[in-house]
Design a protein around this ligand. Structure first.
Ligand code: PAF
Length: 281
């Protein structure tokens, strides 16, 4: 039976036997989330899924269309969880998580949070680290599961638990893709059929880079920029732990060690991110 916890008091009182795995989400659950939950289920005695659309990680602290329009359907999410044997769902209201509306004290993501996604979404990762730190405090999991699609988020959270000595083991779970190759994301539901087709330039270009069909990074950027209906935000070759750009990389066949290619595009009003590993990490 899945317990539905709506308040801080309820989640603090919830006791689960043995090793506890947490899967933090913002709802709109898709097959990517299922993968995280199944992994948590396989590795822990108990599993909690949190569902909370965190205003702090949206622009203007949630005073924006992206936050207002973010899909919220708790009943559908609970339905999606039915066969996954989740012990509890923590689904608080914003007023429960942030009784003072905006916290005075935050966990800052620092330089790691200001590059790549952070450059286009200032303050986003400070909102992520603050809410994830709160979830860790409230739920006290032994392990927490995050998708590798959000590579920057994963790297920052790993760094947060190391820097703040938070005793939670962080597990990254590989990207789940649709049969067409597009990485699973709650944002995909905003794409029309035509936009989804246009967005495929992103996974196709990343895959071509990983397969060595394209080695020149500028060539990859140009291929995406030339695609109809698609705007390239960034495509960078980075160190997966620090997210610092690998210096002077123009051709991937000149890399000395493994690296991550991270990219973001905009298709219509929808921003999509993806990444791929090059070589052996
Ligand atoms: O990846 C997400 O869905 C969110 O950023 C997270 C980790 C649940 C924090 O709000």
């Amino acid at each position: 039976m899945t317990h539905i916890l709506r308040t801080v008091e309820e989640v603090r009182k919830f006791h689960s036997p043995g090793c506890l795995g947490l899967v933090p989400t913002m709802g709109a659950l898709h097959t990517g989330h299922r993968e995280l939950i199944e992994r948590a289920r396989a590795e822990n005695d108990s599993v909690i899924v949190s569902i909370f659309v965190n205003p702090l990680q949206f622009s203007d602290l949630g005073d924006c269309a992206d936050y207002r329009d973010y899909p919220r359907d708790l009943a559908a999410d609970l339905e999606a969880l039915q066969d996954l044997d989740v012990d509890a769902v923590f689904a608080p209201e914003p007023s429960e998580m942030y009784p003072n509306a905006v916290p005075e004290v935050w966990v800052r993501a620092g330089e790691m949070g200001s590059r790549l996604e952070g450059a286009s979404r200032p303050g986003h990762f400070d909102g992520v680290t603050t809410v994830v730190a709160k979830l860790f405090q409230l739920i006290q999991p032994d392990r927490a599961y995050f998708g590798e699609k959000d590579a920057q988020q994963l790297a920052i959270i790993r760094r947060m638990v190391a820097d703040l000595n938070i005793p939670v083991e962080i597990t990254g779970v590989p990207i789940i893709r649709g049969t067409d190759g597009l990485a699973e994301s709650s944002r995909n539901q905003h794409l029309s059929a035509q936009q989804r087709q246009q967005a495929l330039i992103l996974p196709r270009t990343l895959s071509a880079l990983a397969q060595g069909e394209i080695s020149d990074v500028d060539h990859a950027r140009a291929a995406i920029s030339a695609a109809e209906g698609v705007e390239l935000d960034h495509l960078e070759v980075v160190d997966p732990a620090t997210l610092l750009p690998v210096p002077d990389v123009h051709r991937l066949d000149q890399l000395d060690s493994g690296a991550l290619v991270v990219a973001a595009i905009r298709v219509g009003n929808t921003r999509l991110i993806d990444n791929i590993t090059i070589g052996q990490l």
